[in-house]
Design a protein around this ligand. Structure first.
Ligand code: CMP
Length: 137
């Protein structure tokens, strides 16, 4: 069993597709083991995306992630990192495969509806960024 962190970003929450995303997770046999809604400060978003701090999009993406509520979810399944990344589709929605979340809903490389950890190392950092052990069931 593997775990990963999913975030429904401010555009996904604002467009009312939380339920649609959760439905896709559950129908792919991915188990939700923790979930909550929160609104990050700019500083919290910078901490979350610290690995990207030298990238040109860092300021924009952290502004966007602090612009409204997000839903953070811990997912569990076999090979869930890869499995969930397939469900999301490519970071750039223009390159995402048909039927993926980003292909169906994203409008911009930055406003790309969802986030998912890209490795076991980042999953463990990202899960502990938002959840303590009592919140994971
Ligand atoms: P995410 O998976 O949350 O990880 C970093 C985010 O930065 C990414 O999704 C995009 O929303 C955003 N981003 C903006 N521009 C780029 C880019 N050129 N390459 C990768 N990520 C980008």
């Amino acid at each position: 069993m593997e775990r990963t962190l999913s975030i429904i970003k401010p555009d996904g929450v604002g467009r009312g597709i939380i339920g649609e995303i959760i439905k896709r997770l559950e129908s792919s046999n991915i188990k939700i083991i923790a979930i909550k809604m929160l609104k990050m400060t700019k500083k919290q978003a910078q901490g979350f995306y610290a690995v990207h701090k030298e990238r040109p999009f860092f300021d924009n993406v952290t502004d966007f992630m602090a612009s409204g509520p997000v839903v953070v979810i811990v997912l569990e399944a076999e090979n869930v990192i890869t499995k969930y990344r397939k469900l999301m589709g490519a970071t750039n929605y223009k390159e995402a495969e048909e039927g993926t979340i980003r292909k169906d809903f994203a409008t911009d490389i930055e406003k790309n509806i969802v986030h998912g950890s890209d490795s076991q190392e980042s999953a463990s950092f990202e899960i502990s960024y938002f959840f303590n052990s009592f919140e994971i069931v």
